[in-house]
Ligand binder design. Sequence first.
Ligand SMILES: C[S@@+](CC[C@H](N)C(=O)[O-])C[C@H]1O[C@@H](n2cnc3c(N)ncnc32)[C@H](O)[C@@H]1O
Length: 260
Amino acid sequence: MPPLSHGLWAFLTALVCLSSCAMRTPGTTETALATTPVGTSEVSPAAESTEPAKDEPSAHPGINDPYFQPDGPERYRRILEAESREIVQRRSDIVDAMGLHRGMVVADIGAGTGLLTTEIAQRVGARGWVYAVDIVPEFLDLIRSRAAEQGLRNVTVIQGEEKAAGLGPGSLDLAFMCDTYHHLEFPRAYMRSVFLSLRPGGRLVLVDMKRVEGESSASVLKHVRAGKAAVIEEVERAGFVFQSETELLEENYYLHFRRP
Ligand SMILES: C[S@@+](CC[C@H](N)C(=O)[O-])C[C@H]1O[C@@H](n2cnc3c(N)ncnc32)[C@H](O)[C@@H]1O
């Protein structure tokens, strides 16, 4: 079957979402993409050789537990949206550097409160689509109401899992992860699922906190499991090819990968 054009993809995806939106009860999480039929599901030779270990141990047990405390979602909403946070201050520049254009299908993986989701949704426009994936239901509710308040009809929230993003194979032009990688308990399995969710030639933009022994604070060294070089190596093991780094931020690095 020939691959579908982006425009047709966005249209079909929108149709699937609209029908599932119409059927769902308010407050439930949509999983439109997980059941969306796809036209481009080939697996590159590099990816075929990188099956994740079934018995992958947690890379950072309990790192996401604080989000699930009774006061977690509200407390972390304040932290993630604090004006002092570099990601908040530079959010427009971060989205600019992604190289988005109208009609693209993008996933914001580990979207948190949706700070960047709505920026991305505006850039890809009404013919594009954004899937906001997170494991915290309260964050997904927040994103859904934010998108509605801003009149954005091109955002679908997806309840992710610890080992998979829950996105349809070959369905994305671009996957974006901002300060999410260090929160993955099972990075090998997870990045493999992100790899497979991209169409061949699709891109991954990964922003994460710098971790430098002897330079980073004790709290960063404890919270962030791996530094940039190790992250590039791990992501490449999922089948991605590292492309370039954008020098943009002080506290975070900004990496571009491609699915061959
Ligand atoms: C530090 S926050 C970053 C949020 C957002 N990207 C931002 O920069 O404001 C990390 C996010 O990753 C989410 N997360 C952790 N593990 C995840 C997984 N397996 N799938 C999807 N999201 C996950 C957390 O719930 C949290 O919202």
